[in-house]
Design a protein around this ligand. Structure first.
Ligand code: SAH
Length: 401
């Protein structure tokens, strides 16, 4: 069993979020730290009267000084604890009945699964693990062994090459953690559609798994069959492959990454379709959309799935200007009665704020816009009520007049 090497004492009046099971203890909420906990050590969290509220792991280098693992102060944080949490997360995915039509999905969604800082995605026979915090990084060998036992993969690789690690004082790192190295390219199924994923070289852990349900919701035959589709921020063709499956007319994919577009084209072919009218355009989405606007080109369906624009609170205003500009351009390109599927994966931009931004774009574009559906991250990326930050992906499927 791991020893507890310190006690974090909160300032008076700062215990409420902890009592309400928010897992983060910010440096500004702490009055003092007793003992000499080393980075990553377990600590108790106590209110200003010294009453113990929770057990957490500690990182003096991060603004998030401690992340809570358990509110049951009698619960030992040992291998059995990690095993229970991992097993619970894995069981929750079994409830979703994704297999066999879908073989790639998130097994562990960090804080939202009671495992702060740990992301684990399954890609068929391989698992990809991301350690976002020092507390998790220190325990990754144990976590990989437990995962190997619970999920029975052939191999587990690490993709801890994410910038948030710098806020934890951690270097970026990748490599094999357990078992055999997966091939460079693995094939997965998503709702029965085939995709090749580069686990070591792709974005995030290889694929944008959080959009699975939205790809299916937007790209239904009654919505897109025979329609011209502009797939902006296409990556490896997620929405595009679904649109092709639903019988879309010409699909235009735009992305700044040539490699991603090559993979998108390969993924369309992998599913057995020959689509000579489709286009793959490498470039800046804003510039390409402006070009279409100036050329007077229009589309029946536009999908906007940009990367995260807001990385910190200071970014939010600038991010909203970006979203507004993008949506304004897309609205200008839509035929009357056309469909806009627009997304934001910036957690700092709430669904309400994003709706206001799209509203502003609609006013400026002089279009009436009806929201047909509110869209969210897929169910294997659950949202923990006590941690609203876990809801980050939002979108609207709109009809535009
Ligand atoms: N829709 C995709 C995921 C998109 S992720 C799917 O379903 O899988 C965002 C994508 O935007 C990335 O592929 C990235 O290469 C691309 N990107 C980032 N900035 C861009 C820009 N300015 N113009 C065009 N593409 C951009």
């Amino acid at each position: 069993m791991e020893p507890i090497n310190g006690k974090v004492i909160l300032k008076a009046g700062r215990e409420k979020p902890v009592r309400q099971r928010h897992p983060w203890i910010f440096s500004g909420a702490i009055t003092r730290v007793e003992g000499q906990p080393k980075p990553g050590d377990l600590v108790l969290v106590a209110d200003s009267h010294g009453r113990v509220l929770a057990t957490a792991y500690y990182n003096p280098q991060s603004q998030i000084r401690a992340r809570i693992l358990s509110w049951d102060v009698d619960e030992a944080i040992d291998a059995a604890f990690w095993q229970r949490r991992l097993a619970r997360a894995i069981a929750a995915r079994q409830l979703l009945a994704l297999e066999p039509q879908t073989t790639a999905y998130r097994l562990v969604n960090a804080e939202a699964d009671g495992l702060p800082g740990l992301v684990v995605d399954r890609y068929g026979r391989s698992l990809v693990l991301q350690c976002l915090t020092l507390g998790i990084d220190r325990r990754k060998t144990l976590l990989a062994e437990l995962l190997a036992d619970l999920a029975q993969p052939d191999g587990i690789i690490e993709r801890s090459d994410v910038d948030v690690r710098r806020k934890e004082g951690l270097p970026l790192t990748t490599g094999l953690l357990w078992g055999v190295n997966p091939p460079d390219t693995v094939e997965i199924l998503e709702n029965g559609l085939r995709f090749q994923v580069q686990l070591a070289a792709g974005h995030k852990t290889g694929f944008y798994l959080d959009q699975r349900e939205n790809r299916a919701a937007v790209c239904q035959p009654h919505l897109v069959a025979g329609k011209t589709v502009l797939n902006v921020f296409a990556y490896t063709g997620g929405f595009g492959v679904y649109a092709a499956a639903a019988g879309a007319g010409a699909i235009t994919h735009i992305d700044s990454s040539v490699e991603a577009l090559e993979q998108a084209e390969a993924n369309v072919a992998l599913n057995g379709w020959t689509r000579p009218s489709d286009e793959y355009i490498a470039g800046d989405a804003f510039e390409v959309l402006r070009y279409y606007r100036d050329a007077g080109q229009t589309f029946d369906v536009v999908i906007l799935d940009p990367p995260k624009f807001a990385h910190s609170q200071q970014d939010v205003e600038r991010a909203c200007r970006g979203y507004k500009d993008l949506n304004w351009l897309a609205l200008r390109l839509l035929k009357p009665g056309g469909l806009l599927a627009t997304f934001s994966c910036s957690g700092l931009v709430s669904a309400d704020l994003f709706q206001k931004v799209v509203f502003g774009a609609a006013i400026d574009a002089g279009r009436d816009v009806q929201i047909m559906r509110y869209l969210h991250q897929a169910a294997d990326h659950p949202v923990l009520l006590s941690f609203p930050e876990s809801a980050y992906l939002k979108g609207f499927l709109c009809q535009v007049w």
